[in-house]
Design a binder for this molecule. Structure first.
Ligand SMILES: [Cu+2]
Length: 235
């Protein structure tokens, strides 16, 4: 029995290492463009690593058992009767429990981290209105409204989201964090864009026939270019 456990452990370790090396090299998401993206990606990477190890252990255990303990030709005997195995049952209860509790605590810490107001710079407030099937952005500070989301780089932004009809969800993949826009209530999302460029708001909540086309351009620009744009919009 010891021999089998050692072989399974070695094979699972090798498969885990290969999977982790592969998964951490794949870019599942576009490059980060907000301060809040880093903690989300670190959480995601750790989830991938743990999932890879669990997957490898299960797969290797299953395939190894099916191959090594298969019924031989001419063997019609029943296997030995088993009536439970307390140490194994305790292990497969405690280990997943610890993993799930760890990630729920870690996830809560990351959520708290990415939703708290950041730093001494005053936040730029943007009121986001989601409707079937478009986005509208209002800047109370500048008394300006726009169908594109233009943001100054490195300034914390407080998005106040609301919806006029059904539930939508504000998501810019490069910013990572995502928040529902719900009719009848305001929800908030904090982002600090830290890379200039052009991105897209995508609705991430199935909201009807044209949901897939519910996109709006996002432009993160230098603060001076942002001020100039706001002045032009006002005119
Ligand atoms: Cu939608």
């Amino acid at each position: 029995m010891k021999k089998h456990i050692i072989i399974v452990a070695c094979l699972a370790a090798a498969l885990s290492a290969g999977l982790v090396a592969f998964l951490l090299r794949v870019n599942f998401m576009p490059p980060e463009a907000a301060a809040q993206a880093g903690p989300v990606d670190r959480l995601f990477d750790l989830l991938l690593v743990v999932a890879a190890v669990v997957f490898a252990l299960c797969l290797v255990g299953l395939v190894y058992s099916a191959v090594v303990f298969r019924r031989r030709r001419g063997d019609a005997a029943d296997g030995p009767p088993w009536h439970g195995h307390v140490p194994i049952e305790v292990a497969w209860t405690i280990v997943p429990l610890v993993i799930v509790l760890f990630f729920s605590v870690y996830g809560a810490v990351v959520l708290k981290d990415i939703t708290r107001p950041s730093g001494p710079i005053p936040e730029l407030e943007v009121r986001v209105t989601a409707s079937q099937w478009s986005w509208r952005f209002e800047y109370p500070e500048y008394q300006v409204a726009s169908s594109e989301l233009r943001l100054p780089v490195n300034r914390p932004v407080l998005l106040r989201l609301h919806a006029t009809d059904v539930i939508h969800s504000f998501w810019v993949p490069e910013f990572r964090s995502k928040q529902d826009a719900v009719p009848g209530m305001d929800t908030i999302l904090r982002i600090t864009p830290n890379r200039t460029g052009e991105y897209k708001v995508e609705c991430a909540e199935m909201c009807g026939i044209a949901h897939a086309y519910m996109l709006a351009p996002v432009r993160v620009v230098e603060p001076s270019a942002f001020e100039q744009w706001a002045r032009e919009q006002k005119r």
